[in-house]
Design a binder for this molecule. Structure first.
Ligand SMILES: [Ca+2]
Length: 396
């Protein structure tokens, strides 16, 4: 009898053993989670105090204890941002790979783009043979483009050309010039405003052009400072009228590019590409809007509005966002092309509209084509209009 009971007890103990293992494993697992949560809380307090160093140390412990927690990795990236941008870039990439909650997705993508852009500035030397320099005045990078000749206008294999893109004609750029690697950024524009006290028409009159849900028109309260969506320092400045863009470039020691220079730059040295990039339009290559009812955001393009500069691959000349993000003002009046070849053309002698190039976050992909042109009243300051500067002298 006693033997029977002992066996019974043993059986019970054996039956309970796996449960006990699970229980204790769960307990130790939850202890680790609990400890990680504690480090996370302390890190949050440190960040509120502005002590990023302490936050990084606490969050490093948190991610070691809970390596599958995307939020810990993302918060670590935020804390690392100013201390170690490269480590921050790795952390935010890991966080995005693990899968963040929807509420953090766009902020994380923006952080990754900003860090990628910064990493580029730190490590990416000039693209082969091009040279690139930072202009002290506006803090922006400029690429040096070689002299050359290209076919301006509609490519024979492009079925989406408008009449104003014809005739395709040979254009010679006889001298090297410099052009912004990115669209002028919010940071650069802010530097100008701080230095000169400049106030844009949108600020003075209290409105800019934007979509109101039914039509595109005057929207009160909007300006480059607040275009109605979130802009960080590295986003392209928008809601800027033509003369304001031109004034900024003059202050920075340059000018707006001519339309021909813009297209030469957009083509990136490739004679046979319809877009500033190879192949077809894709949300992995540029920030643009819906394509006949297609998605607003897809692939790499997770932005409903502007994307930070450097979020997409550079073109053949090392230039960003020659397709999409913000439309770019050029120097020229809008007018039809002449028939013959031209050297350094500067567009129509006069006109009603200035030429915009490159498309934007809310336009379909057909305007991303390197030959696509758009003429607009130069006083319009729409939340999808930006610019980049060119210059003849090397940035100092
Ligand atoms: Ca652009």
């Amino acid at each position: 009898m006693a033997v029977y009971f002992r066996i019974q007890r043993l059986r019970q103990a054996l039956l309970l053993l796996p449960l006990a293992i699970v229980f204790f494993a769960a307990r130790s697992d939850s202890r680790e989670q609990e400890e990680a949560r504690l480090h996370f809380k302390i890190a949050e307090i440190a960040m509120k105090r502005g002590d990023d160093g302490a936050a990084v140390s606490e969050l490093t412990k948190a991610v070691a204890l809970a390596p599958g927690n995307a939020l810990y990795h993302y918060t670590l990236a935020v804390a690392q941002k100013s201390l170690d941008p490269r480590a921050a870039l790795e952390s935010v990439r890991r966080a995005r790979k693990l899968g963040l909650p929807d509420s953090e997705k766009e902020a994380a993508l923006t952080l990754e783009a900003e860090l990628t852009y910064e990493a580029g500035h730190l490590t990416r030397p000039a693209d082969p043979g091009l040279g690139a320099r930072t202009n002290a005045k506006d803090g922006l990078e400029y690429a040096s483009l070689p002299p050359g000749e290209f076919q301006m206008g509609c490519l024979p294999q492009d079925s989406r050309c408008n009449e104003d893109e014809r005739p395709s004609h040979a254009v010679r750029i006889p001298r090297a010039f410099w052009i912004g690697r990115s669209e002028a950024t919010v940071a650069a524009f802010g530097t100008w405003v701080a230095a000169t006290g400049f106030r844009t028409a949108a600020e003075q009159e209290g409105w800019a052009h934007a979509w109101n849900g039914r039509a595109w028109g005057r929207q009160p309260g909007l300006s480059w400072k607040n275009p109605g969506f979130t802009q960080t320092a590295s986003h392209p400045v928008v809601a800027v009228a033509w003369s304001e863009a031109a004034a900024f470039c003059a202050w920075a020691g340059g000018r707006l590019p001519t339309e021909a220079e813009w297209e030469y730059a957009a083509r990136g040295g490739h004679a046979d590409q319809i877009y500033p990039f190879a192949g077809a339009a894709s949300h992995d290559l540029a920030n643009f809007g819906k394509d006949k009812g297609g998605p607003m955001i897809a692939g790499r393009d997770q932005w409903d509005f502007t994307a930070p500069s450097g979020s997409f691959p550079a073109n053949g000349f090392g230039l960003y966002d020659m397709a999409g993000n913000a439309w770019e003002w050029t120097a020229d009046w809008f007018g039809p092309y002449g028939d013959g070849p031209a050297t350094s053309p500067t567009g129509a002698a006069t006109g009603q509209y200035r030429v915009l190039r490159g498309g934007s976050w809310n336009f379909g992909p057909w305007v991303l084509r390197a030959s696509s042109r758009y003429g607009l009243d130069p006083t319009v300051r729409s939340v999808n209009l930006g610019f980049r500067c060119a210059r003849d002298a090397a940035p100092q």
